[in-house]
Design a protein around this ligand. Structure first.
Ligand code: ADQ
Length: 473
């Protein structure tokens, strides 16, 4: 079996009982890397005065990690700049928030070159190379320029924007053409794949074949959707721990007999937390009979603190949760519990299980693993209800959730009411369909499918998708 070289912006040393929020990518890859020999390469998260290309090797829990430190300017321009102020908002359809700065673009290219320079000597001829996410789009081309002939694949964890938005990026052609150096490009769902195909045909004059192969100027690249999932077995094991039981009991006890609606997100404008609060407020306005009987628990640890828009969203949510609580609270009831901290997975599992409803309402999301974790954590005999944004990649698979438009306060409000009053038989019917998908399309099948396709095995074309157009409330 070939070794696997995984390259991503950040490398997370496997931490079975990690405290605090780990990104979705970290959670998924630490599970995948346990099985493969090989190396996980990326930025350590640390800074150095002068980049030397020195690699820190570390081996733990069957995974070898190789990390480098970056200069302050690299971090500002590549990570805080081009990745998080330019590509992240643009790829989440927020061209109003995207910032274009020449120094961001050159910092991005410089760091991709630095990654390529440092990782190339670690790659052996038969290795499969798997590059992750928007931080490293041009890395494949950089690796080819350094002589790598290996099979190299790229997986995008976030959405691919529609063609008309993509062209607002200066030098967009240069960025997309660099992707032709890969052998395989994977997306989370058919929608992002389709947007990429539109770009290829309309902007680059390329051809898209029925099996997902694209051809541009004589160069062929396989493309496909590979929906990422969660490690269900690991999540079920987390559910069995004392910490999970303690979290479950703590939440249940503190709520007495009230119902709980839970939201768990990194604090990010793409997650639609502000719109969720407004939808919940609409629910409180329209349903006075529920006052004192339900609480929204929103867990949202801050992320990307050095980017200004993230300070703004934090201020907005602090103010809004305070106003809603001020407006509706009684001496013995607070409608929103807003918590700005991360929790270990066991704790989260217990909170999910203790919650009657999950509100997962991103305005745009590549996939969204919280939706799947919530499903995996439910009691089969008495499961909770998932309310899910139709704009999350996960909506393509989880059609039995209550699917809503997160921009509509009315839809959010109606969905909360439907979820809180849903008869047990319907909750079970929906949950059984959801858990079936969460188990079938888990992180293992995602990894197997991508690596098999990268190794050159047959790629399956995506299955037809369930209709997600109507609100099922
Ligand atoms: P993220 O944007 O980080 O990931 P998501 O898929 O929801 O979003 O993953 C978040 C992960 O962080 C989950 O595993 C969750 O449990 C964890 N997490 C969130 N809040 C937490 C908290 N308060 N405490 C502890 N853990 C917390 C990106 C894309 C997604 C895509 C993933 C994986 O934006 O669309 O699903 O990558 O590809």
């Amino acid at each position: 079996m070939s070794r696997l070289i995984v390259i991503s912006n950040r490398v997370s040393t496997p931490k079975p009982r990690s405290a605090g929020a780990q990104g979705g990518l970290a959670v998924a890859l630490s599970a995948a890397l346990r099985e493969y020999r090989g190396i996980w390469f990326g930025w350590s998260g640390g800074k150095t005065d002068e980049f030397t290309g020195q690699i820190n090797l570390h081996r733990e829990d069957g995974v070898t990690t190789a990390t480098i430190d970056l200069e302050e300017q690299d971090v500002d321009e590549y990570y805080n700049g081009y990745a998080n102020r330019t590509l992240w908002p643009l790829f989440h359809y927020r061209i109003d928030l995207a910032e274009y700065d020449r120094s961001f673009g050159s910092g991005y290219e410089r760091v991709n070159e630095r990654f390529a320079e440092t990782v190339t000597p670690l790659v052996e001829p038969d290795d499969l190379v798997w590059v992750h996410d928007y931080h490293l789009i041009p890395l494949g081309q950089q690796l080819r320029q350094r002589g790598l002939r290996n099979r190299i694949g790229f997986f995008l964890h976030i959405p691919w924007p529609p063609h008309r938005l993509m062209v607002s990026l200066p030098f967009h052609q240069r960025l997309v053409r660099s992707m032709l150096a890969y052998d395989l490009i994977g997306f989370q769902c058919a929608e992002w794949l389709e947007s990429f195909h539109h770009y290829i045909t309309r902007e680059l004059g390329g051809t898209v074949f029925d099996d997902g192969m694209i051809e541009v100027d004589g160069r062929r690249v396989q493309t496909a959707a590979f929906p990422i999932g969660v490690d269900v077995a690991e999540f079920e094991a987390a559910m069995e721990t004392q910490d999970a039981r303690n979290a479950f009991e703590t939440l249940k006890r503190s709520l007495e007999d009230k119902k709980v609606v839970i939201g768990v997100d990194r604090l990010d404008y793409s997650k639609g937390i502000e719109e969720r609060f407004l939808g919940y407020r609409r629910f409180l306005e329209e349903n006075p009979d529920w006052h004192g009987k339900v609480s929204l628990l929103q867990i949202a640890p801050p992320s990307r603190g050095e980017v200004h828009t993230y300070e703004t969203i934090r201020d907005t949510l602090d103010g809004l949760s305070g106003r809603i609580n001020g407006e509706f609270a009684h001496v013995d009831w607070v409608p929103i519990r807003y918590v700005n901290q991360g929790y270990p997975r066991e704790g989260l599992a217990g909170f999910y299980r203790a919650s009657d409803v999950a509100l997962v309402t991103p305005l745009r999301d590549g996939m969204n693993l919280v939706a799947k974790e919530y499903v995996a954590a439910q009691d089969p005999a008495d499961p909770g209800v998932l309310i899910l944004s139709r704009f999350a990649g996960a909506a393509h698979q989880l059609g039995e959730a209550i699917l809503i438009n997160p921009y509509s306060k009315d839809e959010v409000s109606d969905a909360i009411r439907s979820a809180l009053t849903m008869p047990k038989a319907e909750r079970r019917r929906r949950w059984e369909a959801l858990i079936d998908n969460v188990r079938r399309e888990d992180v293992l099948s995602w990894r197997h499918a991508f690596v098999a396709a990268l190794a050159g095995d047959q790629v399956e074309t995506p299955e037809p998708e369930p209709e997600t157009g109507e609100v099922a409330v």
